[in-house]
Ligand binder design. Structure first.
Ligand code: UD1
Length: 422
């Protein structure tokens, strides 16, 4: 990805969206899969690896550890046969929360790892206590010292783990770790997100013995070795959802191609109830929006298959421009209304009730403004607000959006939007 830290988006609002797009590969599926590549001594090929900043940062981390990583057109080849370091680079750890996924694979293969408390999006506390507790249950020794955490798995044993919250990252870490740990490990209250299932499918292709992915109980029987494979991760349901909501906001008609449309059922139900016309045929979803939309009174985020927290801020922007009022309950993170301050500059009527609840009264139009992205999904949502606002909106800190959207401005330009990167 070629980008500069100080890139901005300049958007002239008011254009309807019209066109067709194939959806990029999922960020949240690709990142844990990149980590899981290190479980094998063979090279692995990730097909259609997305060209986004988080992948680029993960490549930097893997290279620092001694892995060889090559891009061949759209594919990424990761060869972890020569890994020599088990300390994750301090600065890279801080820039990207997904560095936490490396715990599972490195610890499984090399029996020790040193990390720093990971950074990432500014959307909440995001502790890693559930990851640490789960590893401890499997006999891993954990020593926390200042900002560093040392893990040693030389005495680790398979066993049963009950997660107090169905954490996506903790489930993905334990699945990786247990896939080459001798014996049977069972995860209760596991996360059921499609990205967890995709990681398991990848590991199964490599030779792992995993049952129950996509349910609350995942059973893993450790195998000796995992082999190198070619794998195409699922498409990005959050990018898919973002573009559907963008069209609901701007009006127009779009056709999007993805083989996992069934993974955004909740969003499709909400958009239909608001008045969008949606048609699904095989792997093509068509959304048309002509007249005004009406609010659906309440939306709550939740664990899959509930409405995803990663689409909450886009829905918040949509709620700003529909008839009626909407209550949004954010039940996963505690700091996910960062965009409210920015949207108010545009004339949106939003009341923050508490850190988990907002009430939005729809207005006729938003007015262009100078805005700042503060996190990945919130940043993408501000772009959607700019697309519908009267006048020219400037969005700063575009690098947050580049973490997960593969040239967002190009996607939107191809659909007829007026957006430029400067
Ligand atoms: C993943 C996704 C992120 C998505 C989130 C929820 C990736 C790279 N990121 O993040 O886009 O928004 O799932 O669907 O896949 N928690 C703890 N202690 C822990 C771990 C989590 O308290 O040790 C809490 C978190 O603060 C949060 C909740 O559990 O409130 C869910 O977090 P989790 O499912 O772990 O999210 P991530 O894996 O970080």
């Amino acid at each position: 990805m070629s980008y500069k830290k100080r890139d901005k988006f300049v958007i002239t609002g008011g254009k309807k969206l019209d066109g067709e797009l194939d959806i990029q590969t999922s960020k949240n599926a690709t990142l844990p899969i990149m980590s899981a590549c290190l479980l094998s001594k063979d090279a692995v090929c990730i097909k259609s690896c997305p060209d986004i900043l988080d992948v680029e940062n993960m490549i930097k981390i893997l290279k620092k550890l001694g892995a060889k990583v090559y891009r061949v057109l759209d594919d990424l080849i990761i060869d972890g046969s020569q890994i020599k370091d088990v300390c994750i680079d301090y600065n890279l750890c801080k820039t990207m929360r997904s560095s936490i996924f490396l715990l599972g694979s490195i610890l499984a293969r090399f029996k020790s790892i040193c990390i720093t408390m990971p950074g990432g999006c500014n959307i909440g506390k995001r502790p890693i206590d559930i990851h640490i507790d789960a590893f401890k249950r499997l006999g891993v020794k954990v020593i926390e010292m200042n900002d560093f955490i040392f893990f040693n798995a030389s005495k680790a044993k398979a066993g049963k783990i009950h997660l107090k919250i169905p954490s996506v990252g903790a489930t993905e870490n334990i699945v990786q770790f247990a896939s080459i740990l001798k014996g049977k490990t069972v995860i209760y209250n596991a996360a059921c997100e499609p990205e967890v299932v995709d990681l398991c499918n990848f590991l199964i292709k490599m030779g792992a013995n995993i049952k129950g992915a996509g349910t609350k109980k995942i059973t893993i029987i450790g195998v000796e070795n995992l082999k190198g494979v070619e794998y195409r991760p699922i498409q990005d349901r959050i990018v898919l959802g973002t573009l559907l909501i963008a069209t609901a906001i701007c009006g127009g008609i779009i056709r999007l191609k993805a083989s996992n449309i069934n993974q955004i059922e909740k969003l499709i139900e909400i958009l239909s109830r608001m008045g969008c016309q949606i048609n699904i045929k095989n792997d093509i979803i068509t959304l048309a929006r002509e007249g005004p939309l009406k609010s659906i009174s309440t939306v709550s985020t939740g664990y899959y298959p509930d409405f995803p927290t990663d689409l909450q801020s886009m829905l918040l922007v949509l709620s700003c421009v529909v008839d009626g009022s909407t209550q949004i309950n954010e039940r996963i993170f505690e700091n996910r209304f960062l965009i409210v301050k920015e949207l108010k500059k545009m004339g949106a009527k939003i009341k923050i009730v508490d850190k988990h609840k907002v009430i939005i009264d729809g207005v006729k139009t938003l007015t262009a403004s100078k805005l700042k992205a503060l996190d990945l999904r919130g940043g993408a949502s501000l772009v959607l607000a700019g697309l519908v606002a009267k006048g020219t909106t400037i969005i700063d800190n575009v690098h947050f959006i580049d973490r997960g959207y593969c040239y967002f401005e190009k996607m939107l330009t191809s659909l007829g939007a007026d957006i430029k990167r400067i």
